[in-house]
Design a protein around this ligand. Structure first.
Ligand SMILES: [Zn+2]
Length: 84
């Protein structure tokens, strides 16, 4: 889990990029940022390939009402020199 300082920095960056507002499923306005996710990159849809080295590190905004998770690619959002 991320500490409060990192969580707030990520929230500020996302809000600065216009990622604010409401959950796209239930229109709730409160989100939680717990930590990072990574998405495996698949070369095909025929086989599930777990544990590949090619991943997309992401941060998730989790709706406090319905649990919907909106993912954002960390490298596209956070500064490249970020130690987050
Ligand atoms: Zn929701």
């Amino acid at each position: 889990m991320l500490d409060d300082k990192k969580r707030q920095l990520i929230r500020d960056i996302l809000e600065g990029k216009g990622v604010t507002g409401t959950c796209n499923k239930c229109d709730h306005k409160d989100f939680v940022i717990d930590g990072y996710f990574h998405l495996d990159i698949q070369k095909s849809l025929t086989n599930a390939n777990l544990g590949t080295s090619q991943t997309v590190p992401s941060v998730g905004l989790i709706c406090k009402n319905c649990g919907n998770i909106e993912l954002y690619a960390v490298r596209a959002v956070l500064p490249h020199d970020s130690q987050l």
